[in-house]
Design a protein around this ligand. Structure first.
Ligand SMILES: Nc1ncnc2c1ncn2[C@@H]1O[C@H](COP(=O)(O)OP(=O)(O)O)[C@@H](O)[C@H]1O
Ligand SMILES: [Mg+2]
Length: 168
């Protein structure tokens, strides 16, 4: 069974890509928000940022469990989308996709989500400094960078993945 993780700054198109890619490859899409609820992983709530605080170690444990179950269910593969997914150890991951987006477009997308100015700033900084990409590199993942600024061409992306075809 193949495991693809999709990481990247908030708003760069992880979920949009995960939906399309899992459909195209007939892989199961793992919604990390759902995993956080199911495994009761939210330790607290950050009021200022309006988001749940999740411990990456605990999330990793839950995701490992999800991978185990998907194997048992004889899934062809899974697509995990989360800005924390790259913290999974390389040995469990076949491919790490990092979504990126033009900064002006990203700002528009975040504004549309009605995030506070601080939250927009923080997420923009995350993209400017390539936090997810750098952490994914540090974790030694096999990386494919996908820019979603002009939309997601799933045909071209799966072509880029190339070897994935051999997995099917
Ligand atoms: N390729 C795209 N073209 C236009 N809008 C997009 C594209 N990808 C995502 N979006 C929009 O940008 C926002 C963030 O996308 P989403 O996939 O939810 O990002 P993430 O999961 O990384 O936070 C959503 O409103 C989505 O509709
Ligand atoms: Mg998302």
């Amino acid at each position: 069974m193949r495991v693809i993780i999709i990481t990247g700054s908030v708003g760069t198109g992880k979920t949009a890509l995960a939906r399309k890619l899992s459909k195209k490859l007939k892989f199961k899409h793992i919604d990390v928000n759902q995993v956080v609820t199911e495994y009761n992983l939210a330790e607290s709530y950050d009021k200022k940022r309006r988001c749940k605080v999740v411990d990456t170690k605990e999330l990793n444990k839950a995701l490992k469990d999800k991978i185990k179950w998907a194997k048992k269910d004889l899934e062809k593969g899974i697509v995990i989308d989360s800005h924390l997914s790259h913290h999974l150890p390389k040995r469990l991951v076949d491919l790490c996709i990092v979504t990126k987006c033009d900064l002006k477009v990203l700002e528009q997308r975040l504004k549309k989500r009605h995030y506070s100015k601080t939250k927009i700033r923080e997420n923009m900084d995350c993209e400017i400094f390539d936090v997810c990409l750098n952490e994914a590199k540090e974790a030694k993942h096999t990386i494919l960078v996908v820019d979603t600024t002009k939309g997601i061409n799933i045909g071209s992306i799966s072509k880029q993945i190339g070897d994935l075809k051999k997995w099917n």
